[in-house]
Design a binder for this molecule. Structure first.
Ligand SMILES: Nc1ncnc2c1ncn2[C@@H]1O[C@H](COP(=O)(O)OP(=O)(O)OP(=O)(O)O)[C@@H](O)[C@H]1O
Ligand SMILES: [Mg+2]
Length: 248
C-alpha cells in the first residue's frame, strides 16, 4: 500500500505545527518516520541538517494510544527516559516531581496508571515526553480519547508549558478547533497517498486563552482550515465510507 508519496515540508525550530488529514492518510506513519521508528522506502527526514537513519533520540513521542507502563507509578513513568540516560536517582525523582506539579498532579506521584483518570494519564504521558528536554515533541492525537472539557483544559495547559519551553511541537489531530487553538501553522494532508495539500498560518496572537475561541478571528481560521480539508475527507470516505470523525 502506498501511504505517503511526495511529502515535503519544513518544520521550524520552536514552532507549534499541527497536522490534519483524513483518517488513514499516513499521519501516524509520518510521525513514526520522523522519530526513526519506521524507515521510509524513499526520501529523507533531516533533523538539524542530519539525516534520521535510526531511532531519533532528540525527539519525544506521545502516542495515539495511552502508552504508560502499567507496572510503574506516575513518577516512575516520568523517570524512565532519565533513567535510560543515566541520571542519578535523586535528581531524576526531583525532576519528575517538578513536572508532575506543573501538570497539576502533585499528590498523585505514587499512583499507578489504572488509578488515574484518562486526562491524568495523558498529563503523565506528556510530562514523561518533556522530561528528557527533547528538541521536538511529536504528539499523535494525544487528547482524542478525552471528554470535551478535559480536552480544552489540557490544550490550555499544553500551551502554557510550551510557551515556557518553546520546544518544537508536531501535533496530529482530527479536531479543527484544537488545531486552530494550538497551531502556528496547520498542515493539511490529502487522502492517501498523503501529501501536503496546503499549509496555513494561524494568525492569532499569543499567549492564547480560552476567550480566543469565541472571537471572530478564531472562527475565520477554523473556516479556512475546514474549507481546505473537507474535500480530502470526502475523498477518503468514498474509499471506505466510515462515519466522519471530523468535528467542525
Ligand atoms: N506498520 C505498518 N505496516 C503496514 N501498513 C501500515 C503500518 N502502519 C500503518 N499502516 C497503514 O498505513 C496507512 C496510514 O496509517 P496511519 O496510521 O499513518 O494513518 P493516520 O493518518 O494516522 O490515520 P488516523 O487518523 O486514523 O490515525 C493505513 O492504511 C494503515 O493501514
Ligand atoms: Mg494516526
Amino acid at each position: 500500500m502506498e501511504v505517503l508519496n511526495g511529502v515535503n515540508m519544513e518544520i521550524y525550530e520552536g514552532e507549534f505545527l499541527v497536522l490534519v488529514g483524513p483518517s488513514g492518510c499516513g499521519k501516524s506513519v509520518f510521525l513514526d518516520i520522523v522519530a526513526g521508528l519506521t524507515e521510509a522506502t524513499s526520501g529523507i527526514v533531516y533533523h538539524d541538517g542530519v539525516p534520521v537513519t535510526e531511532v531519533n533520540t532528540n525527539v519525544a513521542y506521545v502516542f495515539q494510544q495511552y502508552a504508560l507502563f502499567p507496572w510503574r507509578s506516575a513518577v516512575a513513568n516520568i523517570e524512565l527516559g532519565l533513567e535510560v540516560r543515566g541520571l542519578p536517582k535523586e535528581e531524576r525523582r526531583n525532576l519528575a516531581r517538578e513536572l508532575l506539579a506543573k501538570f497539576g498532579l502533585s499528590g498523585f506521584e505514587d499512583r499507578f496508571p489504572y488509578q488515574l483518570s484518562g486526562g491524568m494519564q495523558q498529563r503523565v504521558a506528556i510530562a514523561r515526553a518533556l522530561a528528557t528536554n527533547p528538541d521536538v515533541l511529536l504528539m499523535d492525537e494525544p487528547f482524542a480519547a478525552l471528554d470535551a472539557q478535559t480536552r480544552e483544559i489540557l490544550q490550555g495547559e499544553l500551551l502554557n508549558i510550551w510557551e515556557g519551553t518553546k520546544t518544537t511541537v508536531v501535533f496530529v489531530t482530527h479536531s479543527i478547533e484544537e488545531a486552530v487553538f494550538l497551531a502556528d501553522r496547520v498542515v493539511i494532508m490529502t487522502a492517501r497517498p498523503g501529501i501536503v495539500k496546503n499549509t496555513m498560518v494561524i494568525d492569532l496572537a499569543r499567549p492564547r486563552d480560552e476567550g480566543i475561541r469565541s472571537s471572530s478571528a478564531f472562527s475565520a481560521n477554523r473556516h479556512r482550515v475546514w474549507e481546505a480539508l473537507k474535500e480530502e475527507v470526502s475523498k477518503a470516505q468514498k474509499d471506505w465510507a466510515p462515519a466522519s470523525v471530523y468535528a467542525r
